[in-house]
Design a protein around this ligand. Structure first.
Ligand code: NAD
Length: 479
C-alpha cells in the first residue's frame, strides 16, 4: 500500500516524487512505499496551516471539543483495523495494539477534548496600585510534532491532540519506520470534520523532512519524542531560533526491588516492564536491581516466567513477543548482547534470534536476561531499547539509590517495597521525571509526563501540554 502526505485535507504525492520502502518486520519484506518529502512539501503544509489558523484559533472550545471527541470515537470504531495496521507496520503483538496502542490514541483525543473545556488562565490584582492583571493563553500558530516508531499512533496523537485542542495548526511527522497509522489518521480527521489545514501529516526521513520542519522559520514550537542524540541535534537548530521546545528522549530506567515487596505482583509486572513491546518502550525498566536477600530466588523465578513468553508472529493473538521494528534495530540490540562477555556479564536467558515458523526472515529476538556485576558498563549505561534487561544485586538502600541514579538518563524509575519511609526517601531522591511505586506504566493522563537529565526537557500531559502549546500574555489594566 502506498502512503501519501495529508496536506490541507487532501492526500498528496511528494512534490519531487521520491519514495522510501516500508517494511513489514514480522517477515522482513517491503509492503509499501512512503513519501520521502522535501522542504517543498513542508512549505506547502505550512502554507495550508497558516491559512487555517485564523479560523481554527477562533473556533469555539465547544466546537473544537466536539471534533476531537468525534476523532476519538472514530478511532474506537476502527480499533480492529487500526490495531492490525499498527501490528503489521511495527511488529508489535496484535493483542498489545488492541489493548494499549489504539485505545490510548482514542483516549488522547478524548482527554484533550475534555481538558480544553477546563483550561483556564490566571488573574492577579495588584492591590494598592488600582491595577488588575489577567493572562491570556493564546495558541502559538503553526507547530511541529515529531514522533518515534515504538508506539506510533499512541505517541503521534499524544502531541497532536493538545496542539489542535489549544487552537494551533500542526505539521506532524511520524517515524518513517512506522508511518501507516499516521496516514490512516488523516482520513479519520476528514471524516470527523476537522477543517482542512488544521492538521497536516508529512512523511519522510528525519534528516531531511524532519529537519525541514525544525528549520522552518514559521513553525513556532517543536514537540519531539525520540532519541537523546536527535533531541540534542534538534535543540541546536531550534534554540537559536527561539522556538518553544518539548523533548521527550531516551531512558535507562531502574527497576528497584526490595525483599519486602508484594512478590507475585512484582514478578508479574517486572516481566511486563522488561519485555512489553519487545522492550521498546521508553519506560521499560531495563536495569533490574534486586535486594541481595531475594536475589537468587528472583533470578530463578524471573528466568522461569520469561521462558514462558511466546516469541511469535505478531498477528497471532497468543504471541507475547513480536518482531523488532527493523533489521538495523535488531542488529543494534544484538550488538549489545555480543558485548556481554567483554563486559564480564553473563547471559542467563535468551540471547539468540527467535525462530518463528513461516516468518524466517522476520526480525525476532528472544527475551534476554543478562547478569552484570557493575553498573559502570555499557550494558547498564546505554539505552538498548530492545528485549534485553540486566540484573544485579544490592545490599542497602543507599547502594540501591546510588546505582539507580548513576546513569545519564532520568526518565522513570520503578520501586517495589511496602516500606513507607523508604518509598518517600526514594521518591524524593530518584533523579527521574516519573516514579512508579508497586506498579508500572499506570498512566493518568492529567499527570506531568517527561524526563530529567538526558531524558528530556519539558513535560507533556494534562494542562502541562496545553501550557506548552499556548503563549501566556499578561494584560495589566490600571483603573
Ligand atoms: P529517533 O530520534 O531516531 O527518531 C524520532 C523521530 O525524529 C522520527 O520521526 C525521525 O524521523 C525524526 N528525526 C530524526 N532525525 C531528525 C532531525 N534531524 N530533525 C527532525 N526530526 C528528526 O528515535 P526513534 O529511533 O524513532 O525512537 C526511539 C527513541 O525514542 C528511543 O531513544 C526512546 O527512548 C525514545 N522515546 C522516548 C519517549 C519518551 O516519552 N521520553 C517515548 C518513546 C520513545
Amino acid at each position: 500500500m502506498n502512503i501519501k502526505n495529508y496536506i490541507n485535507g487532501k492526500f498528496e504525492d511528494p512534490i519531487k516524487g521520491e519514495y522510501i520502502d516500508n517494511y513489514n518486520p514480522s517477515i522482513g519484506e517491503i509492503y509499501g512505499q512512503i513519501p520521502n518529502s522535501s522542504k517543498d512539501d513542508v512549505e506547502k503544509a505550512v502554507e495550508a496551516a497558516e491559512k487555517a489558523f485564523p479560523s481554527w484559533s477562533n473556533t469555539t472550545l465547544a466546537t473544537r471539543s466536539k471534533i476531537l471527541s468525534k476523532i476519538a470515537e472514530l478511532i474506537k470504531d476502527k480499533l480492529e483495523f487500526l490495531a492490525a495496521a499498527e501490528s503489521k507496520d511495527n511488529g508489535k503483538p496484535i493483542s498489545l495494539a488492541k489493548a494499549v496502542d489504539i485505545p490510548r490514541a482514542a483516549a488522547n483525543f478524548q482527554f484533550f477534548a475534555n481538558a480544553i473545556t477546563q483550561f483556564s488562565s490566571e488573574a492577579h490584582e495588584s492591590v494598592g496600585l488600582n491595577a488588575m492583571n489577567f493572562t491570556l493563553r493564546q495558541p502559538l500558530g503553526v507547530v511541529g510534532c515529531i514522533s518515534p516508531w515504538n508506539l506510533p499512533l499512541y505517541l503521534f496523537t499524544w502531541k497532536i491532540a493538545p496542539a489542535i485542542a489549544s487552537g494551533n495548526c500542526v505539521i506532524a511527522k511520524p517515524s518513517e519506520i512506522t508511518p501507516m497509522t499516521a496516514f490512516l489518521l488523516g482520513e479519520i480527521c476528514n471524516e470527523a470534520g476537522l477543517p482542512k489545514g488544521v492538521l497536516n501529516i508529512i512523511h519522510g526521513l528525519g534528516a531531511s523532512t524532519g529537519q525541514a520542519i525544525v528549520e522552518h522559520p514559521n513553525i513556532k514550537a517543536i514537540s519531539f519524542t525520540g532519541g537523546t542524540e536527535t533531541g540534542a541535534h534538534i535543540a541546536r537548530i531550534a534554540a537559536p531560533m527561539f522556538k518553544k521546545l518539548s523533548l521527550e528522549l531516551g531512558g535507562k530506567n531502574p527497576n528497584i526491588i526490595f525483599a519486602d515487596c508484594d512478590y507475585e505482583k512484582m514478578l508479574e509486572t517486572t516481566v511486563r516492564s522488561s519485555f512489553a513491546n519487545q522492550g521498546q518502550i521508553c519506560l521499560c525498566g531495563s536495569r533490574i536491581l534486586v535486594e541481595e536477600k531475594i536475589y537468587e530466588k528472583f533470578k530463578t523465578d524471573f528466568i522461569k516466567k520469561v521462558s514462558e513468553l511466546k516469541v511469535g508472529n505478531p498477528s497471532e493473538e497468543t504471541t507475547n513477543i513480536g518482531a523488532l521494528v527493523s533489521k538495523e534495530h535488531l542488529e543494534k540490540v544484538k550488538s549489545y548482547i555480543d558485548i556481554a562477555e567483554v563486559e564480564n556479564a553473563k547471559i542467563l536467558f535468551g540471547g539468540d534470534r527467535g525462530t518463528v515458523k513461516n516468518c524466517e526472515n522476520g526480525y525476532y529476538l528472544q527475551p534476554t536476561i543478562i547478569e552484570v556485576s557493575d553498573n559502570n558498563c555499557r550494558l547498564n549505561q546505554e539505552e538498548i531499547f530492545g528485549p534485553v534487561v540486566t540484573i544485579m544485586s544490592f545490599k542497602t538502600d543507599e547502594e540501591a539509590l546510588q546505582l539507580a541514579n548513576d546513569v545519564k538518563y532520568g526518565l522513570s524509575a520503578t520501586l517495589w517495597t511496602n516500606n513507607l519511609n523508604r518509598t518517600m526517601q526514594f521518591s524524593k531522591q530518584l533523579h527521574t521525571g516519573i516514579v512508579w511505586v508497586n506498579t508500572w506504566m499506570l498512566r493518568d493522563l492529567r499527570t506531568a509526563f517527561g524526563g530529567a537529565k538526558d531524558s528530556g526537557v519539558g513535560r507533556e500531559g494534562g494542562f502541562e501540554a496545553l501550557r506548552f502549546f499556548t503563549e501566556p500574555k499578561n494584560i495589566c489594566i490600571q483603573y
